[in-house]
Design a protein around this ligand. Sequence first.
Ligand code: FAD
Length: 380
Amino acid sequence: MRDITQIMIQGGGPVGLACAAWCLQKNPRLHLTLVDKNSLDDAALTEGDTRGIALSHGSKLLLNTIHAWPEDSRPIHQIHVSQAGRFGRALMTREELNQEALGHITRYHDIHLALRKALRKIANDSPHFQWLNEAPEEIESATCLVHAEGGLFKQQDWVESGRDYHQSALVGLVEVEKPSLNQAWERFTKEGPLALLPSHQGDRFLNLVWCSSPESAQTRLGMSDADFLTDLENTFGKRLGKFNQIQHRRVYELGLNYRKEITQGNEVWIGNSAQTLHPVAGQGLNLGLRDAYLLAEKLARYFAIEKNSSRESLELVLKEYADTRTLDRRVTIGITDFLARVFTSSLLPVQLARGFALSALQWLPPVKSALARQMMFGRR
Ligand SMILES: Cc1cc2nc3c(=O)[nH]c(=O)nc-3n(C[C@H](O)[C@H](O)[C@H](O)COP(=O)(O)OP(=O)(O)OC[C@H]3O[C@@H](n4cnc5c(N)ncnc54)[C@H](O)[C@@H]3O)c2cc1C
């Protein structure tokens, strides 16, 4: 067996970890190196990023294949969508879509830790796997280099196609007066979408994602808790009673940044390194996991065949991978961009059209279920 690195994955976020785990599960003899900038000690991550992340049913099925489903996740049984001060409302329930759940909410660091645990277990049977904190000198000599460096909008060292929505998301954990069991709320306000999602802390604590102009988000970040809660209650309305508490406020800038070409020579980009989306539809990580799974399938099979050693044959496999990802990426990026633009517009005609669209969703079940299925499973 050649003693060279066949696959080097750069980036130990959820997508890089999942890709490594699937590659090794499918081909334990792979010479695979994962370069992870984060401390290899999990304790350093437990206080990490607490933002709530919506994972689709499709992601749950994928993560179950490597036993990486985070234990602390909460199911969503229904989603209530409305717009503040205007007509138009839609309710999606798991019953009408005949699903166990419409999605699940977990914290970023819970999925990160669950994937680390899963990878360690799989690595026990993978003699040629290395998990390094720093890129080795011979990084260039890896047969295939997978970029999973991820990153947030405006913090990446590459900008290609996309859009700056001039929006930020303020996230946090809020305590409300009335319990809201397994229900997600998405409310379109003049400033942008405001979502309240189930949380690991029970039915009175909800994950908040409040999109607005960067200036408003910064102002709200700096407000006293009492002023913040009053502002939130005035914007969201009274459906959940009083807002009692807010914890862990943080702000993220939002935009779309994506690569048109996701392979070049022996390099391939997955997850946020390939596309960084607005969180309005909760699709970024779900799409990234599908990238990781399908790439792992191709690479594990490719390297299992000893005669596959030429650069040309690898490039062909990566090209095939890119082709299989075209439709899913295009549709998911397109829907997310559309929702981000339509639901953040303050123009009256757009607000009216959005009311009609929500009503149509309510009264046209096939449209609703087609949209929900795309969000739950994506396209392969
Ligand atoms: C406010 C907000 C809410 C969101 N909500 C949702 C949601 O509900 N559902 C959803 O599906 N998605 C959501 N997303 C998107 C989701 O967070 C990302 O799509 C996901 O984190 C991408 O994972 P990743 O592994 O590609 O990148 P990242 O999570 O950015 O991880 C990349 C990792 O690589 C490491 N790294 C970087 N450079 C290097 C290097 N050179 N060498 C080694 N390591 C490196 C970093 O330290 C990091 O740990 C949301 C995003 C935001 C901002």
